[in-house]
Design a binder for this molecule. Structure first.
Ligand code: NAD
Ligand code: TDX
Length: 330
C-alpha cells in the first residue's frame, strides 16, 4: 500500500507515520510537507519505507505527481494554531482552503481514496454546563480564522464527495497531546517553560475546557476509518477527556515537582472558545474503535518525560515561539 501523508513532519502526522510503520509494516509512505515553522524533518523516523518530499499542498504540479502514485492520501497538513490565525490569517486560507482544494482536485482526477483530518473546533464552542457534546450532525459554527478555514476545508470535501463522487472520509478530533508537539501549543509550552525556569501561562481565568486525547488514539482511529469507514461519512474522535486549563496546568506543575499555584495569569485569547467536547459513539460503535490511553495523568507524565529527554528536538523552536507570544501579550 502506498500512503501519501500530507503534513507528516508535523505533530500528529509524524506520530501517524510512526504508528503506520508498526500497524501496516507493508506500507510505503511518502510525506509531503512544506516544512513551515511547525514542520520538522527530524520528527520522522529514519526508515527506508519513509520518504520526505518538501513541497506545498497548494502547488498543483507537486500534488498531482504524488497523488497519481498513491493508493490513499491522508491529509494532516494545515496551519493549526489559533493564536497565529488571530495575528495573520492568510496562511490559514492558503493552506487549509486552497491546499485542501488542490488535493481534492488531484484525488478526483486520479481516483484516489482520501481521508481528511479535521478538528472539533469547526463546531464552535459549548457552554460549561451544556449537557450536549459535539456529534457528526452538530451545525458548523467556527469562531476563529483557524476554525473557519478548517470548516471551509471540511465543506469542500463534502461537496467533492457529493458532486464528483470522490472517495473521501472526514474525521474531527478533539485536542491531542503526546510527543513531538510544537512548543507553541498549550501543554508543551507549559512543560518547556517550567524546564526553562519560567512560570506556565494561563489564559484568562483558565476555566476553558478541552477534551484531551492521546495522539496515538487519534491516529488509531484514523486507520479504523480508512480501513472500515463508509465513504462520505464524518467520524468524530475523542476519548472523554474533558478538563479545564487550570486543572491541566496544576497537573503539569505537580508532575514536574513544582507548587500547584506556580503559574501566571495572562491576557485571554480574543474570541476564546469556552468548551469542546466530543461524542465519539458513532466511531466506537460502527468501527469498533476504542482509545487505548485512559489515564491522562500517566499520559501527561510520559509526555513530560519525553520533553525532558528531547530538548535537542524542541530547543530551536522555543525562543521564536515565545517571541510571538510576547508580541501578542500572552
Ligand atoms: P502541526 O502544525 O504540528 O503540523 C502541520 C504540518 O503541516 C507541519 O509539518 C507543516 O510544515 C505542514 N504544512 C503547513 N502548511 C503546509 C503546506 N501549505 N503544504 C504542505 N505542508 C504544510 O499540526 P498538528 O497539530 O499536527 O495538526 C495536524 C492536523 O490535525 C491539522 O489538520 C489540525 O487541524 C488537525 N487537528 C489537530 C489537533 C491538535 O490538537 N493538534 C486536534 C484536532 C485536529
Ligand atoms: O499558553 C497558553 N495558555 C493557555 O491557557 C496556550 C498556548 C493556550 N492556552 C489555552 C487556550 C486553549 O483554551 O489552552 C487551551 C489549548 O490551547 P491550544 O493548545 O492553542 O489549542 P486549541 O486552541 O484548543 O486548538 C487545538 O485544538 C483544536 C489545536 O491546536 C488545533 O489545531 C485543533 O484544531
Amino acid at each position: 500500500m502506498k500512503v501519501l501523508v500530507t503534513g507528516g513532519a508535523g505533530f500528529i502526522g509524524s506520530n501517524f507515520v510512526r504508528l503506520t510503520l508498526q500497524v501496516k509494516p507493508e506500507a510505503r509512505i511518502t510525506v509531503l510537507d512544506a516544512l513551515t515553522y511547525a514542520g520538522n524533518g527530524e520528527s520522522l523516523p529514519a526508515d527506508e519505507r519513509v520518504r520526505l518530499i518538501q513541497g506545498d499542498i497548494a502547488d498543483p504540479d507537486v500534488v498531482n505527481e504524488l497523488v497519481k502514485n498513491a493508493d490513499v492520501v491522508v491529509h494532516f497538513a494545515a496551519e493549526s494554531h489559533n493564536d497565529n490565525s488571530l495575528d495573520n490569517p492568510w496562511p490559514f486560507v492558503h493552506t487549509n482552503v486552497v491546499g485542501t482544494f488542490t488535493l481534492l482536485e488531484a484525488v478526483r482526477r486520479h481516483d484516489v481514496r482520501f481521508h481528511h483530518i479535521s478538528t472539533d473546533e469547526v463546531y464552535g464552542d459549548l457552554e460549561l454546563d451544556d449537557p450536549a457534546k459535539f456529534t457528526p450532525t452538530t451545525p458548523y459554527n467556527p469562531s476563529s480564522p483557524s476554525s473557519a478555514t478548517k470548516a471551509g476545508s471540511d465543506l469542500l470535501v463534502r461537496a467533492w464527495v457529493r458532486s464528483f463522487q470522490v472517495e473521501a472520509t472526514i474525521s474531527n478530533c478533539s485536542n491531542n497531546y503526546g510527543p513531538l508537539q510544537h512548543v507553541e501549543k498549550f501543554i508543551p509550552r507549559q512543560i518547556t517553560n517550567i524546564i526553562d525556569g519560567v512560570k506556565p501561562k494561563l489564559y484568562g481565568a483558565g476555566l476553558n475546557v478541552r477534551d484531551w486525547i492521546h495522539v496515538d488514539d487519534h491516529n488509531s482511529a484514523v486507520w479504523a476509518i480508512i480501513d472500515r469507514g463508509r465513504i462520505g461519512e464524518t467520524y468524530l474522535i475523542g476519548a472523554d477527556g474533558e478538563l479545564d486549563n487550570k486543572t491541566v496546568i496544576e497537573m503539569i506543575l505537580e508532575v514536574m515537582g513544582q507548587p500547584r499555584d506556580a503559574y501566571d495569569h495572562v491576557a485571554d485569547r480574543p474570541g476564546h472558545d469556552m468548551r469542546y467536547a466530543i461524542d465519539a459513539t458513532k466511531t466506537r460503535e460502527e468501527l469498533g474503535w476504542e482509545p487505548g490511553f485512559r489515564d491522562f495523568a500517566a499520559g501527561l507524565a510520559d509526555t513530560v518525560a519525553w520533553y525532558r529527554e528531547h530538548e535537542d528536538w524542541w530547543r530551536r523552536q522555543k525562543a521564536e515561539a515565545e517571541e510571538r507570544y510576547a508580541r501578542l501579550g500572552r
